[in-house]
Write a protein that binds this ligand. Structure first.
Ligand code: HEC
Length: 194
């Protein structure tokens, strides 16, 4: 009697356990857990990628200017220069406005236009406005010359920047030839240089 009772109880427990386990197995098949591909809450500076570099770290700079100049459009550059005319003239002998007159600036020494008071940042930058320097300057003036007083965000579009530079090159007494311009630095740089 006692052992029969015990068996019944044991069987009941066993069946209960099997039922629980069975339900678990079945439900695991019915409900497929969907794992998230990325964190819902993004933590600043923490990258989900294993490379460790934050996504923004691969900052895009300006594209090299010389290949772009080969296909640059001077008319479109002139149109793009409208962005600059609130602060700059680009005629020979034109007045300085908020910024200096830019006639002949391509290849000229930086921060030397007569009668204009530059920021010390640009004054100290040194060298001439080569195409590469102009390219970086116009992409982001503040990155190229931290502390400049040219408050202009920059022209991020590579084609537009090339058009602009091609137009500016033409506004000069001795314009550089368009594609291969690197060697054609005007004499002034000799006087000015070391
Ligand atoms: C909000 C006014 C403003 C706008 C818009 C502006 N500039 Fe300037 N720019 C300045 C000022 C101010 C300086 C002098 C910067 C300094 O001294 O740090 C300057 C300096 C320059 C210089 C250096 C000149 C030199 O003699 O060394 C170049 C080149 C130039 N700007 C080109 C441009 C072009 C091209 C544009 C249009 C795409 C433009 N700027 C738009 C205000 C402006």
């Amino acid at each position: 009697m006692d052992s029969f009772e015990f068996n019944k109880i044991a069987a009941a427990i066993l069946i209960a356990l099997l039922t629980i386990k069975g339900a678990d197995l079945i439900s695991n098949h019915l409900i497929e857990p969907n794992m998230l591909k990325e964190n819902v809450y993004k933590i600043a500076g923490v990258s989900p990628s294993s490379s460790g570099a934050p996504a923004e770290a691969t900052k895009k700079g300006p594209a090299p200017i010389e290949p772009l100049l080969a296909t640059a459009n001077i008319q479109q550059g002139e149109a793009a220069f409208k962005k600059c005319t609130s602060c700059h003239t680009i005629e020979k002998g034109g007045p300085n406005r908020i910024g200096p007159d830019l006639y002949g600036v391509v290849g000229a020494p930086k921060g030397q236009h007569p009668g204009y008071v530059y920021s010390s940042a640009l004054e100290k930058k040194g060298g001439t406005w080569t195409l590469d320097d102009l390219n970086e300057w116009l992409y982001s003036p503040r990155d190229f010359v931290p502390g400049t007083k040219m408050s202009f965000v920059g022209v991020k579009d590579d084609k537009e920047r090339a058009d602009l530079i091609a137009y500016m090159m033409k506004q000069s007494d001795s314009p550089m030839p368009l594609p291969e311009v690197k060697e054609a630095v005007p004499q002034e740089s000799k006087k000015e240089g070391d």
